[in-house]
Design a protein around this ligand. Structure first.
Ligand code: CU
Length: 333
């Protein structure tokens, strides 16, 4: 591994890992707005509940039947009071208007695709069962790990175009924002401005098939200088390593390049994750296994063991074939 790649991996492994995602610790503006909105709705609905429950309990006690079977007294019977009719019509209408107005403002704010100048543009495409991540202005393609800079406000935020290549998926990073659907044939939008560097875990939240629950995604929020360094590293095409030529040949022989791309080589497949810098990623199989030599070999040999129903076929490779392929993988830094 190059020193730079080592450094990058060390940097991301030092980052605070928010593995147990919580909507109660919003760390970006959209997530904060959603959180505030939820508190407002809970407060209004809680207020209504308290008023109705108090009146109900008061009425049940005050006007209950006495032990001797008699009523304490007949409450005043009110018919056709314009004031009371107006009050219980206007109040609920006002509450509904306030809730609808605030909902619209929050939803539009989160999905607002108008991008301030010089912010980061990321394309995220949902696949059964992994995430393709493209940085079209920087010529970078990766998978399952979305790197973005820490930014603090919308003017420096990262903007996402969300698409799908097959069925409907949904992206949710609880601490940073979501959930937003990725729908075939259209693009949805969301943006994030993480306040703190860290690794934020998310998942697909729209049932999309057998391995829906194993469609993990990580947002790696880095300080801008670290992010720029990551981007520079990811932009580099692969340079063939003479030590790993046997593996590179087998990558072709077993048709791996039909589904996976490695920039700088003839492998241009688009069905599976781009592997140009697979060694810089922390996990493989969209979050199911740590990226270690044993796990890579197990995955290449039969992905169906770790992720039954995933679309990568089990090649049932072993011995030298596996070692050679893994040696090639290890040059993809
Ligand atoms: Cu899904």
């Amino acid at each position: 591994m190059t020193n730079l790649a080592c450094l990058l991996l060390a940097e991301t492994s030092n980052l605070d890992e928010h593995k147990i995602s919580s909507i109660f610790h919003p760390l970006s503006t959209p997530a904060q707005n959603e959180f505030n909105y939820a508190l407002l709705v809970i407060a209004i609905c809680g207020g209504i509940f308290v008023v109705v429950a108090t009146l109900l309990i008061f009425t049940m006690i005050r006007f209950r039947r006495k032990p001797d079977g008699g009523h304490p007294y007949e409450p005043p019977q009110v018919y056709g009071s314009n004031r009371i009719e107006a009050a219980w019509t206007v109040l609920p209408v006002l509450i509904v208007f306030v809730l609808a107005g605030v909902t619209a403002r929050v939803v539009w704010g989160i999905g607002d695709a108008s991008q301030p100048k010089s912010t980061l543009h990321v394309e995220v495409t949902g696949h059964q069962y992994w995430w393709e991540v493209r940085y079209p202005n920087d010529g970078v393609v990766t998978a399952n790990e979305i790197h973005i800079p820490v930014s603090h406000d919308r003017d420096h935020a990262s903007f996402f175009d969300l698409k799908s290549s097959d069925v409907i998926h949904s992206l949710w990073i609880p601490e940073l924002g979501g959930k937003t659907d990725l729908i075939p044939g259209r693009a949805n939008h969301m943006w994030m401005d993480p306040k703190e560097a860290g690794v934020y875990w998310g998942n697909c939240t729209e049932f999309c098939g057998a391995q829906h629950a194993n469609m993990l995604v990580q947002v790696v929020a880095q300080e801008p200088a670290d992010f720029e360094r990551w981007l520079t590293e990811q932009r580099q095409p692969h340079v063939s390593d003479p030590q790993a030529l046997a593996g590179e040949k087998k990558f072709q022989m077993f048709a791996c390049g039909g589904c996976h791309a490695v920039q700088g080589t003839k492998f241009k497949g688009r069905l599976g994750p781009d592997l140009t810098h697979v060694m810089s990623r922390r996990l493989i199989g969209s979050g199911v296994l740590p990226n270690t030599a044993d796990n890579r070999k197990a995955w290449i040999s039969n992905p169906q063991d770790a992720k039954p129903g995933c679309l990568m076929p089990g090649m049932k490779l072993s011995g030298k074939n596996l070692d050679d392929l893994n040696a090639f993988m290890e040059t993809l830094k």
